[in-house]
Write a protein that binds this ligand. Sequence first.
Ligand SMILES: NC(=O)c1ccc[n+]([C@@H]2O[C@H](COP(=O)([O-])OP(=O)(O)OC[C@H]3O[C@@H](n4cnc5c(N)ncnc54)[C@H](OP(=O)(O)O)[C@@H]3O)[C@@H](O)[C@H]2O)c1
Length: 322
Amino acid sequence: MSARIKVAIVGATGETGRSVVDGLLAVDGLLAADASFEIMALVRPSSLEKPATASLKARGVKVVPAELQGSHDQLVHILKGIEVVISTIHYQALSDEIFLANAAKAAGIQRYVPCFWATVAPRGIMQLRDDKEAILDHVQRLRLPYTVIDVGWWFQLAVPRIPSGCFDYGLVAPANSVFGDGNVPSALTDVRDIGLYAAKIISDPRTLNKKVFAFTETWTQNQIFEAVERVSGERPESTKASAEEMEANVARCRQAGSGLNQERAQFEYYHSWGVRGDNSPECAKYLGYVAFEELYPGFKGRRLTDYLEDLANNKAAKPYSQ
Ligand SMILES: NC(=O)c1ccc[n+]([C@@H]2O[C@H](COP(=O)([O-])OP(=O)(O)OC[C@H]3O[C@@H](n4cnc5c(N)ncnc54)[C@H](OP(=O)(O)O)[C@@H]3O)[C@@H](O)[C@H]2O)c1
């Protein structure tokens, strides 16, 4: 018997959203009970003409114009009959998820996947993380069935540039700053695999009302530099940022008091995974996450070394280039 799971996604034109759509569309044969997905993308009216929206349509995704801050009743109407609602919304629009969750509850959806998709940490370390937890609080107050999916840091943001510039075409944010002693392990995933992991997770009753940590490998920054040198034959240049400097950077951003901006989000991320070591399987277990690798032993995405080979062979795509 085959099961067709109806999914609605907000943020499908973005990087994480594109991976989720690709993963859900690619799962034939990977899921139990021959499950597959029917995908509807809720796209802001102002984004309907974007190439990323056209690309969704070309991949068979039903595109529906929707403004989360618009009519509640209309949003409920759109979500009627949907089983899973997924958010991969931009971090500065997270609060709009309140409207999405309210509509999902009223429409009777069976699983809500709030926008997490990042590194693991306790509360009080990263404002961005805390904003996501506040949405989860709201979801839980609604008693809306949910699944949180965190994936660690993307490979695509973890690789330093090399002196020849041969990797520059694929790197959106070269990772040449080494935090602390560079020996803190951090969980990493290729952004292209997020959707494959999501497909497994959202079709599995065991992950309902759970947080799942779905990452591929752990690496320290020093190990990444060594791997880059092995693949490229070039030693990346590095800038050291001590634990004390990172703490001072975080404190400065917080004192500036202008809320969450990209600089604060980045420093808090780097301090959390690069100095504190929050983004580890051990920390995730402590925080109550279910481990993806325990649910699906042997189901692994691309290795970091595969991605480095792609970069070296001009086969890597630069994130956010669409
Ligand atoms: N793990 C990591 O290393 C990592 C790296 C980057 C991001 N992330 C996380 O991944 C999540 C998604 O980030 P991303 O970088 O993938 O996103 P992104 O590429 O910036 O895309 C954001 C998406 O949100 C949509 N959006 C923006 N404002 C909206 C609004 N008001 N209403 C509805 N949709 C709106 C955009 O649609 P339009 O086409 O309409 O603009 C777009 O589809 C974030 O939570 C972020 O923290 C994690």
